[in-house]
Ligand binder design. Sequence first.
Ligand SMILES: [Mg+2]
Length: 250
Amino acid sequence: MTTATSVFPPLDARPLKETIVLFDVDETLTKARQVLPWIWTITPEMLELLSRLRHKCAIGYVGGSNFVKQQEQLGSSTVDSTTIFDSCFPENGLVAYRLGRPLSTNSFIQWLGENRYQDLQTFVWDILPKSDFLGSARSEFEAYDKIHNIRRDMVEALKKQFADFGLTFSIGGQISFDVFPTGWDKTYCLQHVAAEKEISGTDYKNIHFFGDKCFEGGNDYEIYSDSRTMGHSVDGPDNTMKQLKEIFNL
Ligand SMILES: [Mg+2]
């Protein structure tokens, strides 16, 4: 795989060196994952804009899903996605890459314990078939869910059932919902952002975040509304590009 890191100025040599811009993935940097991969892989236009932004300040992404999926969406067979961003935070930062190199990792099952994990899995499988949705395409489910609020009700049921598990449940990308230990929502990655001060001396005073699910219950809500960030709500990758151009004069 090729590496793009070397062509960018070091973090402390960028004009806005106290600024980092973090992005959600689904419906912020790319379309949400659908049947056809060429719809949900990052566009050349977005890559070009991110490259221009990266010459001004640090950039990173934070997504709920795992790195394999994000590599499929943001990278390609010849480009390692960790070279496109200064910071990559799969699984909300449980896994982290800095300048292409892995930092710490943690495990959800390890944290929760195998028995509790099984309880959770059984409950989810139990409540899933109660929906009478018969479609198969992701977009069909998304439309169905907007009317019938399947995910909202599931999230509510999970919150009730597992109130003592210390978990946060939220509506995820196009068809998913997210489950994380409380505090392991997207704000979890901010500890890595703060740690940059100890690593390189770079103190990120301005942390921008762009996401599409910034409403209460959405998986961007916590980081979007966190006092440490400046939140920007978008309604798709085109809108992200529009706002980036305006805010950063790109
Ligand atoms: Mg999203």
